[in-house]
Design a protein around this ligand. Structure first.
Ligand code: ACO
Length: 329
């Protein structure tokens, strides 16, 4: 049914650095092996920035989103960049994207919900756009995780990669795409993933003031998300009055192929409904879902003009997690 003021995905885009680092490459400085990494995570390669910062990846992803559309950047009212690895605390990455895209009328801000950032960002943008006068919002997830990874810690260094992706949301008289959502935080478990820690240091208080490297209790997060995400997915289905059989694809945050296999089993859903690209990029945090969405859109698996029900679900530092059910058309 056509309704006024509905929000839909108009375009997608992504950008990853050229430099590809294989599991074997990592063995040059880490006590690890392709077999361990592949068996435990499904990762074969990751892209690492050779100097491009998060804003540069996000600007290129944003340009790729707009490429092929006739959208005037001045019609974009909102830019959200989901990232836990901004170039600086100020200016935000989003404000740099705003400048480079010449989106003169857009308000912009960064959103940090670690790997859940893109799902959070979409949920926020969709609601804000409904109340804006301009018709477009750009939501980007972008990370240079290689800046914060401790490259001597094999338990995390093998997992992460760099990249950016995004979608352009449009407000129009059309069919509603955003059907239901389920977003959460459990700050009690925040210690399970810490990155960029900064202690208080001023003339009155002596303290280290360096941005801390990433540390993660992978096992704790693994156990937590394999319980929480199936519940979250069932919640969006129930809220939308849909059955799992009606879902075409479940796009999960690309953190670990084993997590995806466990989800498929727990949800009693065939694995081929869970497209993956973790093999090529590793865990790119907030960039993981928009890169996957863009790849699937480019190959016309989704956003191909056919009616499809898809679920987006992500989890990460915070701990945060969130799921959206979209009906594409
Ligand atoms: N190479 C070889 N051996 C390794 C490596 C490595 N790269 N890393 C760890 N090991 C060893 C460990 O030392 C340990 O050895 P031990 O048994 O002799 O002590 C053994 O392998 C098992 O280690 P575990 O940490 O128990 O391995 P596990 O099966 O839990 O896999 C992993 C680790 C891949 C991190 C997994 O726990 C995971 O994927 N967790 C979820 C991570 C996640 O999703 N994070 C959220 C998103 S991140 C974000 O928000 C930014």
């Amino acid at each position: 049914m056509i309704k006024p003021n509905t929000i839909s995905i108009k375009a997608t885009g992504s950008y990853v650095p050229d430099h590809c680092v294989s599991n074997d490459d990592l063995t040059q400085w880490l006590d690890t092996s392709h077999d361990w990494i592949n068996k435990r995570t499904g990762i074969h390669n990751r892209r690492l920035s050779m100097g491009e910062n998060t804003s540069e990846l996000c600007i290129k992803a944003g340009q790729n989103v707009l490429k092929g559309t006739s959208v005037d950047p001045e019609d974009i009212g909102l830019i959200i960049v989901a990232t836990m690895t901004p170039d600086s605390q100020s200016p935000s990455v989003a404000s740099q994207v705003q400048a480079h895209l010449k989106a003169a009328n857009a308000m912009s801000f960064d959103l940090n919900a670690a790997c859940s950032g893109f799902v959070y960002g979409l949920a926020v943008a969709e609601k804000m756009l409904r109340h804006m006068t301009l018709p477009y919002a750009l939501v980007i997830g972008g990370e240079v995780m290689s800046k914060v990874v401790d490259w001597s810690d094999r338990s995390t260094a093998v997992l992460f990669g760099d990249g950016a992706g995004g979608v352009l949301l449009e407000k129009a008289d059309a069919k509603e795409q955003f059907i239901s959502e389920d977003l959460h935080t459990n700050g009690d478990k925040g210690h399970a993933l810490v990155s960029g820690e900064k202690s208080v240091s001023n003339p009155l208080v002596k303290g280290e003031n360096n941005l801390g490297q990433l540390s993660m209790d992978g096992r704790e997060i693994f156990n937590f998300v394999t319980k929480a995400i199936p519940v979250s997915i069932q919640t969006v289905l129930d809220s939308a009055g849909r059955q799992m059989e009606e879902v075409d694809f479940i796009l999960l945050h690309q953190a670990n192929a084993r997590i995806i296999e466990i989800m498929a089993k727990k949800l009693n859903c065939p694995l081929d409904k869970f497209p993956t690209n973790i093999e090529h990029y590793g865990n790119t945090s907030a960039a993981s879902l928009p890169i996957l969405i863009d790849e699937l859109a480019k190959e016309k698996t989704i956003l191909n003009g056919n009616k499809q029900t898809i679920i987006l679900s992500a989890f990460g530092g915070g701990l945060t997690w969130g799921t959206l059910l979209l009906e594409l058309n």
